[in-house]
Write a protein that binds this ligand. Sequence first.
Ligand code: PRX
Length: 678
Amino acid sequence: MSKNIYLPNYEHSENAHIQSMEQYRQMHKKSIESPAEFWSEIADQFYWENPYDVRNFYSFNFNVKSGPVQVKWMEGATTNVCFNLLDKNVRRGMGDKIAFYWEGNDPEDYSKITYKKLLEEVCRFANVMKSKGVVKGDRVAIYMPMILEIIIAMLACARIGAVHSIVFAGFSAESLAERMADCKCKVLITADSVYRGDKLLNIKNICDSAMERCQNFGHEVQTCIVVRHLPRLYRSTNHSNGTNGNASDVIDLHSDVSWTDGRDFWWHDEMDDVEPACYPVWMSAEDPLFMLYTSGSTGKPKGVLHTTGGYLLYAATTFKYVFDYHPSDIYWCTADVGWITGHSYVTYGPLANGATSIIFEGTPFYPDNSRYWSIIEKYKVTQFYTAPTAIRALMKFGEEPVKKHNLNSLKVLGSVGEPINPEAWLWYYKNIGNERCSIADTFWQTETGGHVITPLPGCTPMKPGSATFPFFGVNPILLDENGQVIEGVGEGYLVFNKPWPGMMRTLFGNHERYQSVYFSKFPGYYCTGDGARRDEDGYLWVTGRVDDMLNVSGHLMSTAEVESVLTEHPDVSEAAVVSRPHPIKGECLYCFVTPNSGVPFTPKLSSELIKKVRENIGPFAMPDVIQHAPGLPKTRSGKIMRRVLRKIAINDREVGDISTLADEHIVDELFRNRPEKT
Ligand code: PRX
């Protein structure tokens, strides 16, 4: 074995679910060779209204050439995910256990909710949605901050069989409109406002504008339900008792929230007088549970669809083993519920295990740069799951903010969203984990539903930067450009040749696109779009996207998506966007822009373009550089040579062979035009 291996802490391994690599290998082997046996033993721990048939536990076809791609687990069985997460735990005597501690943006603003109370609130809200005409199969859009109501809303959907489509509340009105129109949602659930650090954002206004734009796409949202979050915020900034109970004691700040009568309803008004019980709708295991949009390389977002039974098993099982969860643990995932990490590892995975979690509304930098560490100390967090971009941003402030806090409760640290560079890994390991905690570098995707390549904290010897080995049921394969399997040491396309229960089933309303994006490049394989390397010890190292996607602070987006916004500007003739490494964000956007003939490239145009991207996609997509490109490096057939642009972005003159370019001179000109000296 090579050097730079970090062994799990023996003290933690002793009590871990999986204590040795031998045990892991045996379980992994069984999960691959006898999936029905492996997963049905897990399924037994959940409630099924109609039982599954072990002899017909799953079926699939990954080969486009032999018919439509399909994946099915436990077809014919019926259950309800919300019932398994809440009723089942309450019936097991866990009604008084805390499901969530809510920590607001302001440290004085916090609350908590038990399993029993959560069940009641979910039932109430399920009844509210029923009163608005929502029935099984209807889509419900959710655009909300990190408050308890977002969990309540999603579980209420699951209870009545509505399909939630959460849009991260950092997306613009345009992006929200496009997503709402695509899924034809009946209802939109939102909040009035949210503080981000010390900035107040009125998100109801964004929703109003999105609902208006939706009509341009020929769709009308019938109902909008709005959580009144502002009084809580207002009170917290006025230093009252910090709980978020009845808001009647505070000044009503809502006269400035715009309202459309007949369409808009306050959450608290609707919840006032409804029954706290709601019988669950029994769903077939293959009925949709939720959809979640993710960027596509052609620009138009893809509505990844997850179904009921398989997703439940997979979110629950990955949560249990990857975080080595035990009943007295306090778990915290910092991801926003608007991303898949928030779905699987803030809501579904933890609740399926009866866990106590923290949900945090704020940022790591407010009121100061030790906020994460102070929350870990406050709640005695045992598992902490965050993104490399956050770790890198916090590393900048050194060890002082960390040292102010006692982080001894921690056992497992998680990382997600992008490759973690060894430097950040080591900082996390040494300064946050005090060299006692395992790091779970979890590789997965919106599409995979849960972790697919990850260490297990009690057993896997870790290498900084490697996601290590596959989770149960996952069989990773590396292929070369010709589709030949690479055995042993090597690097290639990361693909899978068999399904695990939690993988996506289709793209909403577009099975063709599902087949062509994920299954057509190498028939018989699900293609992740990532590259990976296998080292001499069999460890997998995910090297990043092999398509035109980029990952900015863990947010996946396509270059085409940004290009289409840039070229919508009336003064722009052409645009090409590439990714450039960034010390904190991982990658950032570097845009080459060709103005229309006769139009000068000015700082004004540049700032208008940045603003436009911000408004059309969201603040997280803001370009770092807009460079004037009198022309773009194109082949004679007109294809933009992006590898040349990537070299220009990092000022690397080693551009390789450019003899196929229609005009080689443009490359020199673009180097001269770089707005930065270095
Ligand atoms: O490129 C991989 C990267 O993030 C992509 C998936 O993004 P998304 O669907 O938004 O889901 C993010 C949260 C699961 C992947 O195709 N990625 C995610 N985690 C890792 C990673 N790359 C390397 N290592 C990881 N641990």
